[in-house]
Structure formats: structure tokens, C-alpha cells
Design a protein around this ligand. Structure first.
Ligand code: MRU
Length: 349
């Protein structure tokens, strides 16, 4: 992806999303004209990746605000509340979704005090656009910190897609790789295909190819082999939710297995994520792991690969405990997983 290309953008009064279901063969945008279309796009993974989902939802709120013709502020606020609930019900695990919706509602409530409905609409749209710009800047800062951990000669394993496509632009885990490349470091990458939705094979491979970094693709089951053979010496992944109180990281299914094997071989395991992915309240048992349709496991490219009648389970995420995590790379610096509450305390007045 070129530097200017954004995964989520606001154009001509509509929300444009790169249709990630069609990559790598086609790079096309879809247009959402109302918040329900944005909600559908999040649910069916036209747009995916925690930060991208958050910004798409924020822009969905802007569409909802814009569609209210009444000058009555209470009516507008109740429509926004309704849109928030619909958007919040799309995917349960990535906290960026709730973080973004809450941030928009806060701005709307503040503007509503003026009694001017137009002001509310404008402030919601401004905030959504601001969040999109901030996302790219935040990822660049994550990249700057994270690239200090990458050395010449490294072979870095990444899982799923935590790249430009999972954000508005630049990426988190792939942002670290992008920044290290921009600094002229010479290293290689190993990307897992990431069953069942193949975000690694389809999206990460697409991005790494454009970046021009040497890389190899592996199936998820090959992680133990490549680590045992010394073919990777670092892991960098993204996150959908990081629990500050306990230091657990929730990310794409398979992340936990990779962390266990990395620990076995003494390979550093890094998580790159913005502070908007940090959940300062939840305990591990509070987290809802999204379970998706089992047909995602049964079918590959429209062809059933399992015998009829076979049952499958399809959890989309798993949880990695802090003892398997070397450090968390954020836009505010690099933290041990059990010291993230420091970020909360430093933000208090
Ligand atoms: O189901 P997805 O594709 O939305 O899951 C994406 C991931 O698990 C990513 O690793 C995570 O959202 C971080 S993206 C910067």
C-alpha cells in the first residue's frame, strides 16, 4: 500500500472503506452512505483490525449525525445513541470499537450543551476525521519506538495482519517493520497465513510485498518448526485488547500458541498497539472472545474442505498471559506488560 492510501476515509459525505475481502486480487473501496452500512462492513470484515474498526465506527457515527434532519438536539442525541448501540454490536473483542464510540459520544454530549444541533453534527464529524489522522501519527510513533528493537540480520515473525490495512494507515506490528525499513535496517520477516480468514496470506503478504522487505509465508502449524530451526529470532504482533490490570493480550487466534513456543525457545515476543487498545478496567474473565460462523473453518474459497456433518469451532481471538510477553510497544513508549497501569496513572490530572 502506498503511503497516501488510507483504509478508512471520509469523502463526499460518505465513508469509504478498502474492501479487504477482495484483497489481494482487487484493491477497491466500498462506499457507506449510512451507519447501518458501516456496521455491516465491520461485521462481515470488509474492514477489520482493531484500530480500523474504531475509526470506521467513529465515521459511522458522523453519518448517523448527518442524517438527522431535525434541529432538535434531544432527537439528534437519541439517534446517536441508537447508532452507537448498532455499531457496538458488530464485533465484541476489539476494544478500539467501544473506545471510539465513547469518544464520539463524549464530544457530542459536550456540543449538545449549546443546544445547537448543527454544532453537534459538525463536532462529531470533526472528531471522526481527527481520529483518522491521529491513528496514522500514533502508528508512526509506535514504529519509531518499536524499530529500536529490530537489528540488522533479524528474522521477525508476525501473525495475522496488523498493518496499514488494520489501521487507517502505516500499521502497528507492520508499522514497526515499516519504520525499521525506513531507517535502512536489513532484516527479514516470516508471516503466518492465519487460518481461517487468511489475513496473513492475503493482507500481510500484500503489504510486505509492496514494502519490499524480504519475507516468507508459513502456515500456522509451521511456527514451532521455524523457531526450532532458528529461522526467526523475534516476534511482533498487534492486539485487539490489552488488559492493563493483569497484562494479558487478546489478539488473533493462534497468538497464544506462538507466544508459548517463543517462550520455549527464548525468543522475545513483542506486542505493538496504540494506547486506545488498552483496557484499564477489565479482568481476563470479562473479555468476550468473538466466535464466528463455523463455515469459515469448513470452507476455503467457497469450497467445502471438511466432510458434511463435521462440527468445527471458530474462536477469532485468544488471550496471551503476561509471562509470555517481553514488552508492549505503544506510541508513548515500551512497557513491560504488568506496568501498563502507569500509563493510566500518568494520564490522571
Ligand atoms: O479479525 P481481525 O482481522 O479483525 O483481527 C485482527 C487482529 O487480530 C489484529 O492483530 C489486531 O486487530 C491488531 S490490528 C493493528
Amino acid at each position: 500500500m502506498s503511503k497516501e492510501l488510507r483504509t478508512v476515509l471520509w469523502k463526499d459525505g460518505q465513508v469509504k472503506l478498502i474492501d479487504q475481502r477482495r484483497l489481494p486480487s482487487k484493491l477497491v473501496y466500498i462506499s457507506c452512505k449510512n451507519y447501518r452500512e458501516v456496521a455491516k462492513a465491520i461485521k462481515n470484515m470488509t474492514v477489520r483490525g482493531a484500530p480500523a474498526i474504531g475509526v470506521a465506527a467513529a465515521m459511522g457515527m458522523a453519518l448517523a449525525a448527518k442524517s438527522v434532519k431535525s434541529k432538535n438536539v434531544e432527537k439528534l442525541m437519541s439517534e446517536l445513541e441508537k447508532a452507537k448501540n448498532v455499531l457496538a454490536s458488530t464485533r465484541p473483542t476489539a476494544i478500539n470499537l467501544y473506545w471510539a464510540l465513547e469518544r464520539i459520544m463524549k464530544v457530542a454530549r459536550e456540543a449538545a450543551k449549546s443546544g445547537d444541533a448543527k454544532k453537534v453534527v459538525l463536532s462529531v464529524l470533526d472528531e471522526a476525521k481527527k481520529m483518522a489522522d491521529e491513528d496514522v501519527e500514533t502508528n508512526k510513533a509506535i514504529g519509531k519506538y518499536g524499530s529500536t528493537l529490530i537489528n540488522d540480520g533479524d528474522a521477525v515473525l508476525t501473525h495475522c495482519n496488523a498493518g496499514a490495512l488494520a489501521t487507517v494507515g502505516y500499521g502497528t506490528a507492520l508499522g514497526v517493520i515499516r519504520a525499521a525499513l525506513e531507517e535502512g535496517k536489513s532484516f527479514s520477516v516470516v508471516a503466518t497465513e492465519t487460518r481461517p480468514k487468511l489475513q496473513g496470506a492475503r493482507l500481510t503478504a500484500f503489504e510486505l510485498k509492496i514494502m519490499g522487505v524480504p519475507f516468507k509465508l508459513i502456515t500456522d502449524g509451521m511456527v514451532g518448526y521455524v523457531m526450532q530451526q532458528g529461522l526467526v529470532n523475534k516476534v511482533v504482533v498487534g492486539a485487539d485488547r490489552i488488559l492493563a490490570k493483569s497484562g494479558h493480550v487478546v489478539n488473533k487466534i493462534g497468538t497464544f500458541t506462538i507466544a508459548v513456543v517463543a517462550k520455549h525457545f527464548g525468543i522475545p515476543f513483542y506486542v505493538a498497539a496504540p494506547t486506545s487498545t488498552i483496557d484499564f478496567e477489565s479482568d481476563p474473565e470479562d473479555v468476550v472472545i468473538e466466535f464466528r460462523d463455523e463455515n469459515e473453518v469448513h470452507y476455503v474459497d467457497g469450497t467445502r474442505i471438511t466432510p458434511k456433518g463435521v462440527k468445527a469451532i471458530n474462536p477469532a481471538f485468544d488471550m496471551t498471559p503476561p509471562e509470555l510477553i517481553t514488552a508492549i510497544i505503544t506510541e508513548k513508549g515500551i512497557y513491560e506488560p504488568t506496568r501498563l497501569m502507569e500509563l493510566y496513572r500518568s494520564a490522571q490530572p
